[in-house]
Design a protein. Structure first.
Length: 394
C-alpha cells in the first residue's frame, strides 16, 4: 500500500490537514488514502518534527558509500578515457596499474559505469531486425505436407575440393528423400535434385528451407529467389525459417548432426566415392536405424509416396479476367503506365504477375495464386526511380 501516484505531496498535505481537524480517526484516514496505519503514524511523526518540509520527496541516497571509488581514481579514469577515446575498460585497467595498486583499481564494470556517468561512452541504438519474423508453419501432420531441404555445411574432400551435400527430408516421417553431393551450391544443382526427387516421390505441398541462396534471400520480395518462383510453377510453396531460428527446422538439423558424424570423419577422396558414403548413410537412416520419435520404428515404415505427380512440362496458368496481367521486364520491374515502374525482383524476370485493385488506388499483386504484396499507385510520383513494392506479410 502507498500514496496515490498522481500527487503524493498533495495527498500527504491533505492527510495532515484532515488529521489536524480532529474530525477523523487515523484508522479512517488511512483507509481513505489507501495506506497502512504504520505509514500514517510515520507521516504524523515526521510532520511534528519537520513541519511542512516532510511533504517534500526525500533523497534515497545512502549517507555513506564505503565501496565508492576514490575520487582520485575516478579522475584518473576520466583523464585516460579522454586521452584514449577508443580504448575500453580493460585497456584502461592496465594503464591504471602504473599509478595505483591492483587492489585499488576498480572492476571492469565499475570503470564502464564511471565512463558512462561522465558521458564518455557513446550509446548505440539497438538495431531493429532487418526482416520481420514470419513464424512459418513448420510442423507437419502427414507425409509430403512439408519437405525440408538444406545444404549441410561444406567440407573438403581428399582431392582438396569442397563437397556441398544437399539434403531433402519428409518432415512428418523423417524419411530422407535425397542426399546429393555437389561441388557448388547453385540454382541448377538444386533444381536438378528437386526434379529427380519429384519424379520418384511426387510433389510436396511445401518445401521448408533457410534464407541462404539459392533457396531464399532476405533482401528479395517475400524472400523469393529464382528457385522459389520455379517451385511455385510446380505447385510447391516455399517456406522459410526466420533468421536466427534454426529450431523451426529442428528435425532436419538433427539429421545433419548424424550425417556429419557418419560421412565426414574422414571424407572420401572424390565426389563419386563420397556420394557412395552419403547413400550408405541414407540407407541406414531410412531402413535400419530405429527412431525414438517414431516409437522405435524406421522412417521407411512411416513414409508413403505423394499422390501429386510432377509434370515434366510447365503448366500454363491463366489469371482471372478481372486481374490486370503485366510482365516483369529485364530490369526486374513492371511497367506502370507510360513512364512509371514498380520494382518486383530480378528473380521474377520474364514472369507474368496478376494485379487486383481493391479500392482507392491500392493494388494486390499475385504470382499465380501466391500473394506477393501490394502497392499504392498514388505514391508512384518520381518517374526517375522505381517505386518499391510494399510488403504485406500474411
Amino acid at each position: 500500500m502507498g500514496w496515490k501516484s498522481t500527487s503524493p505531496m498533495e495527498e500527504k498535505s491533505r492527510f495532515i490537514a484532515e488529521w489536524k481537524s480532529g474530525i477523523y480517526t487515523i484508522t479512517d484516514l488511512c483507509d481513505y488514502y489507501g495506506i497502512s496505519r504504520v505509514t500514517g503514524h510515520d507521516l504524523i511523526r515526521a510532520y511534528k518534527k519537520e513541519g511542512d518540509a516532510c511533504f517534500s520527496p526525500k533523497s534515497k541516497r545512502p549517507k555513506s558509500s564505503p565501496n565508492k571509488t576514490p575520487e582520485k581514481i575516478e579522475k584518473a579514469i576520466v583523464r585516460l578515457r579522454k586521452k584514449y577515446k577508443n580504448w575500453g575498460a580493460r585497456k584502461l585497467m592496465v594503464l591504471l596499474e602504473g599509478e595505483f595498486s591492483k587492489s585499488e583499481i576498480p572492476s571492469e564494470t565499475t570503470i564502464n559505469n564511471i565512463m558512462s556517468r561522465h558521458g564518455l561512452v557513446k550509446k548505440h541504438k539497438r538495431r531493429r531486425p532487418s526482416i520481420e519474423r514470419l513464424n512459418p508453419k513448420h510442423e507437419s501432420s502427414d507425409c509430403n505436407e512439408i519437405w525440408s531441404a538444406d545444404y549441410k555445411g561444406k567440407f573438403r574432400l581428399g582431392n582438396k575440393r569442397y563437397c556441398y551435400p544437399l539434403t531433402i527430408t519428409d518432415k512428418f516421417s523423417r524419411y530422407i528423400i535425397a542426399i546429393v553431393g555437389h561441388y557448388s551450391a547453385s540454382y541448377e544443382s538444386v533444381r536438378r535434385a528437386y526434379i529427380q526427387a519429384f519424379r520418384k516421390y511426387g510433389l510436396p505441398q511445401y518445401i521448408h528451407t533457410d534464407n541462404g541462396l539459392p533457396f531464399g534471400c532476405v533482401a528479395s520480395l517475400c524472400r523469393y529467389t529464382k528457385l522459389s518462383y520455379w517451385l511455385i510453377d510446380q505447385g510447391v510453396l516455399p517456406l522459410y525459417s526466420d533468421p536466427g531460428c534454426p529450431q523451426q527446422n529442428g528435425k532436419h538439423e538433427r539429421m545433419h548432426k548424424d550425417l556429419k558424424a557418419h560421412c565426414t570423419k574422414p571424407p572420401r577422396n572424390t565426389l563419386s566415392s563420397q556420394q557412395r558414403l552419403l547413400d550408405e548413410f541414407r540407407y541406414l537412416y531410412n531402413e535400419v536405424r530405429p527412431h525414438e520419435s517414431l516409437d522405435m520404428s524406421t522412417p521407411q515404415s512411416r513414409y508413403t509416396r505423394s499422390k501429386r505427380e510432377y509434370q515434366e512440362r510447365k503448366q500454363p496458368y491463366y489469371y482471372e479476367s478481372h486481374l490486370k496481367v503485366l510482365k516483369v521486364m529485364t530490369n526486374g520491374a513492371l511497367r506502370w503506365g507510360h513512364h512509371d515502374w514498380i520494382y518486383i525482383s530480378a528473380a521474377a524476370i520474364g514472369r507474368y504477375l496478376g494485379m487486383e485493385e481493391i479500392g482507392n488506388g491500392i493494388w494486390k499483386v499475385y504470382y499465380r495464386e501466391v500473394f506477393l504484396g501490394y502497392f499504392d499507385e498514388k505514391e508512384i510520383t518520381n518517374r526517375k526511380e522505381y517505386s518499391k513494392l510494399k510488403i504485406k506479410l500474411v
